[in-house]
Design a protein around this ligand. Structure first.
Ligand code: MEV
Length: 426
């Protein structure tokens, strides 16, 4: 059978039902799975088992980004996001990178960090040396409590020490446990493991332990995406392709050098990543925390990406960030739509999902800084914004396009005018 292509020509022109059917055929979804995509997802009863005091559920748009080719394989990308333009922009950027040979992605082993805070130590270096001498026992103890994880090839990998001689609460030693959590996000596993070794740490050092918890700065669990866009494809507005490539590299340099710009630049990256993290039922706050802490790892907050003009004159980009996501456990298992999202992605492991996420982030960033450094983003946003204003003014679905077009033609996208148009509409 020929490899499936994620290039879905004319997909955006289809009805919602037709799009869902296309995706269902693409991913081999059954009727129940297709229904979960189309809104019959999480029930209040299921939600009631997830959190406390449930009164209902809350829906967001679920769209599909096309054109992704990653390490030679095609992917359709389910995205849950409320912001207009993100899905279209990402699909367009993925197409540009596809023309340059597709995304190349890599990932580290899924190693999480758990922290133990140790206080009341007279000598931080001596305490570290004592723990180092008992490394094997500590790792064995860390492996005490999750036999399934060990059977699957996960488990404790190492231990390291971070003395903090000066804190507001005096000197403390931070012990890091490194633990391979395989296809889990791993929060429960790592928290159990650090709780299991904390008494041994206290006994060996004579200190007192306080916090025992994972770190969201998961810098042992990184995903990297790379892509190249042939310069001639970047011609836009008044700019030639090579000029646009140069301007994109300058935009990236701005975000590398300036934290005010870096915050916005990285926010855009997370527009893409969060949408897939949410679609797959993962913890997007963990991914946000990890991304921004990693962006500040040198002590100065900076861009997560690099874009430069390469030796052939083409635009080359790269993004690396922590990616603590799972494909098993938690909401990924409970939420029916998250299950379907994972099926559409067709990822075989959390590591593969992490690579896809890095590629989505790189694509979003390319789309954003390409628009910003050429025609600006307001033009592209206008139609979607006009549609939203029409809806907010009470337009019926069949009226939305006509009212949006009228607002754009008049050059003013105002709610009051949209309300007038709704009143006048046949
Ligand atoms: C908007 O949600 C995201 C952007 O501001 C990102 C960027 O400026 O790079 C467009």
């Amino acid at each position: 059978m020929a490899e499936k292509s994620s290039r879905l020509a004319g997909f955006y022109k289809l009805s919602i039902e037709e799009r869902a059917q296309t995706v269902a055929e693409w991913a081999g979804l059954d009727e129940a799975e297709k229904a979960a995509l189309m809104g019959e997802g999480l029930t209040p009863e299921q939600a009631n088992h997830m959190i406390e005091n449930v009164v209902g559920t809350y829906a967001l748009p679920l769209g599909i980004a096309a054109n992704f080719q990653i390490n030679g394989r095609d992917y359709l990308i389910p995205m849950v996001v409320e912001e207009p333009s993100v899905v279209a922009a990402i699909s367009h950027a993925a197409k540009l990178i596809r023309e340059g040979g597709g995304f190349q992605a890599e990932v580290t082993a899924p190693v999480m960090i758990g922290q133990i805070q140790v206080l009341d130590l007279p000598d931080l270096e001596a305490a570290s040396a004592t723990l180092e001498a008992h490394r094997e026992e500590l790792l064995e103890q860390a492996n005490c409590c999750d036999p399934l994880m060990l059977r699957l090839g996960g488990g404790a990998r190492g231990i390291s020490f971070r003395p903090l001689p000066e804190t507001p609460a005096g000197p403390m030693l931070v012990v890091h446990l490194h633990y391979d959590v395989r296809d889990a996000m791993g929060a429960n596993t790592i928290n159990t493991a650090v709780e299991a070794i904390a008494p041994m740490v206290a006994e060996l050092t004579g200190g007192r332990t306080n916090l025992r918890i994972l770190s969201n700065l998961a810098d042992q669990r990184l995903a990297t995406a790379r892509g190249v866009v042939p310069a001639e494809l970047l011609a836009r507005g008044e700019f030639t392709g090579p000029e646009a490539a140069q301007r994109i590299a300058e935009a990236n340099a701005f975000a590398v050098a300036d934290p005010y710009r870096a915050a916005t630049h990285n926010k855009g990256i997370m527009n893409g990543i969060d949408a897939v993290v949410i679609a797959t039922g993962n913890d997007w706050r963990a991914i946000e925390a990890g991304a921004h802490a990693y962006a500040a790892r040198t002590g100065r907050y900076s861009a997560l990406t690099d874009w430069h003009v390469n030796e052939n004159g083409d635009l080359a980009g790269e993004l690396t960030l922590p990616m603590a996501v799972g494909t098993v456990g938690g909401a990924t298992r409970v939420h029916p739509t998250a299950q379907v999202a994972l099926k559409i992605l067709g990822v075989g492991s959390a590591q593969e999902l992490a690579m896809v996420l890095a590629c989505v982030g790189l694509a979003q960033n390319l789309a954003a800084i390409y628009a910003l450094s050429t025609v600006g983003i307001q033009k592209g946003h206008m139609r979607l914004h006009a549609r939203q204003v029409a809806l907010a003014a009470g337009a019926r679905p069949e009226q939305v396009e006509a009212i949006a077009s009228q607002l754009i033609a008049e050059g003013k996208i105002l709610l009051t005018r949209a309300e007038e148009l709704v009143r006048e509409a046949p």
